[in-house]
Design a protein around this ligand. Structure first.
Ligand code: NI
Length: 138
């Protein structure tokens, strides 16, 4: 069993804000990330798959096919968007990196082709200091 982790990148803006909380509580909880007009990040998303090496191609996955899927479902979907307002999922979700990672995992797992290796986990970094990992089996 071989694992492959492939990185993808997009830029988007967000605001951390819980509508049910007061402005003061949001400010205390999220600080500058609660800025009313949002702020941007260069997100790094890591897609980790695992499977057997195909005896004919010698590869674990068709990278072009995987890139096409991830670009359509994730990169083009989120790139240069204001996550809070442009993405229907986030009308009711807080736009933290961990929630964004779960949404990305869901957007991939629901269409993941049967002939692809297993989608093992999704990693997401908003800054260099944190990486959240969303495993397929919880
Ligand atoms: Ni932020």
């Amino acid at each position: 069993m071989i694992q492959l982790t492939r990185a993808y990148f997009f830029s988007a803006s967000h605001r951390l804000h819980v509508p049910q909380f007061s402005d003061e509580k949001n400010q205390a909880l999220f600080g500058k990330c609660n800025n009313p007009h949002g702020h941007g990040h260069n997100y790094r998303v890591e897609i980790c798959v695992k499977g057997e090496i195909d005896p004919m191609s010698g590869r674990v996955v068709d990278l072009a096919a995987m890139d096409s899927l991830v670009n359509d479902r994730v990169v083009k979907y989120f790139d240069h968007k204001y996550i809070n307002q442009d993405m229907p999922e986030f009308k009711t979700l807080v736009a933290t990196t961990e929630v964004l990672g779960e949404v990305i995992h869901e957007r991939l797992s629901t269409v993941w082709p049967k002939d692809f290796p297993t989608l093992d986990k999704v990693g997401i970094q908003e800054t260099k200091r944190n990486r959240f990992t969303i495993p397929s089996s919880k």
